[in-house]
Design a protein around this ligand. Structure first.
Ligand SMILES: [Ca+2]
Ligand SMILES: [Ca+2]
Ligand SMILES: [Ca+2]
Ligand SMILES: [Ca+2]
Length: 338
């Protein structure tokens, strides 16, 4: 076993060196430290020289950072002197770093500024002489290249930021990000030493914001309706689509993308038309061409966001005089004739 010298203690005895053993000193450890696992002493002293060294391998600063010993010097006449020795264990960077958690889940509201810290990830490493470096593991999963990780300027751990705007409507981001982060205590170029690299999984969920108004396929169309069209006749279809989230069954029950329709701004004497939840306009009264030559319908599509967003489209309806028994539906270039 290789013993490591710690310190040499010397004592003086002023008796005559030529007179027997009155000034001959023998060193011993009156108080030693004992290894808890083996019960063996940790230090030893050379009885002749007073040189203290380790009696076992190896000291571990992370288990005990210091020891208190008492060294005695005894002369041939049995007289004794002693002194206290405090042994401080110097640190070696011998423990690999580990993330505070094996998996982190982060929720981020879309549109967050790029300099916003998405998450602070903690690291455990009991050594005092670490050279910590962090990175997002290359090709480690969905969106790994969209984020960066840097050590905190104050305190331990690292901060996660995005490199691109996190837009819920981006198809690449809709399912969030999932990637690995790594930490090493050997500096920025030591990623090959796998033993010294700690890994954790990061899941980023992007929360939807109601930043899109419903969008109509056509914002303007003209249709003609027969005067004798029965109730419930389809006059026009004006669907609108909203890019925002519409997940009733989701945890947030976010319905920023759910559209409801309404008719407004009728210019006529009676409500002849109604609109359903699909954006389909139907007759709910007789279309009297003689009384009302033209209906200008304004369709509102409103989402369920808080606050809601709204868009409008216009449908111009003309009454068509019945001129024969044959009735046919046709649509040409956005004009519907029923
Ligand atoms: Ca250490
Ligand atoms: Ca370390
Ligand atoms: Ca919306
Ligand atoms: Ca959105």
């Amino acid at each position: 076993m290789q013993c490591t010298p710690v310190v040499t203690i010397t004592a003086e005895d002023f008796d005559d060196k030529n007179e027997g053993s009155n000034s001959k000193l023998i060193y011993s450890l009156q108080k030693n430290a004992v290894d808890e696992e083996t019960g063996l002493p940790i230090f030893t002293v050379n009885a002749s020289t007073g040189s203290i060294s380790t009696a076992m391998c190896c000291l571990d600063r992370e288990r005990a950072s210091h020891y208190s010993l008492t060294v005695a010097a005894t002369d041939g006449g049995g007289l004794q002197g002693s002194c206290e020795v405090l042994v401080l264990v110097a640190d070696e960077n011998d423990v690999p770093p580990r993330w505070g958690r094996a998996e982190w889940t982060v929720e981020v509201t879309e549109g967050a500024p790029l300099d916003q810290v998405l998450a602070t990830l903690t690291v455990k490493d009991p050594d005092t002489r670490n050279s910590l470096a962090y990175r997002v593991a290359p090709n480690s999963g969905r969106g790994w290249q969209m984020v960066k990780i840097e050590g905190r300027t104050a305190g331990d751990g690292a901060e996660l930021r995005s490199l691109v705007p996190l837009d819920y409507e981006n198809p690449d981001l809709k399912d969030g990000l999932r990637f690995q982060v790594q930490v090493t205590d050997q500096g920025t170029d030591a990623w090959e030493n796998r033993y010294r690299v700690g890994e954790a999984t990061v899941i980023v969920r992007i929360l939807d914001v109601n930043d899109n108004a419903p969008s109509f396929e056509k914002v303007q169309q003209s249709v003609r309706v027969r005067e004798d069209a029965p109730l419930g006749t389809v006059v026009a279809k004006v669907p609108a689509f909203d890019l925002d989230e519409n997940r009733f069954m989701s945890r947030t029950q976010n319905r920023n993308g759910l559209v409801r329709y309404s008719l407004a701004g009728r210019r006529g004497s009676s409500p002849h038309f109604g609109i359903d939840h699909t954006g389909t306009i139907r007759t709910i009264g007789l279309v009297d061409r003689e009384a009302i030559s033209k209906h200008s319908l304004v369709v509102h599509a409103t989402d369920h966001g808080v606050p809601p967003r709204q868009s409008s489209a216009t449908v111009t309806v003309s009454g068509k005089t019945v001129s024969g028994k044959s009735v046919s539906d046709k649509t040409v270039s956005g004009k519907t004739v029923i």
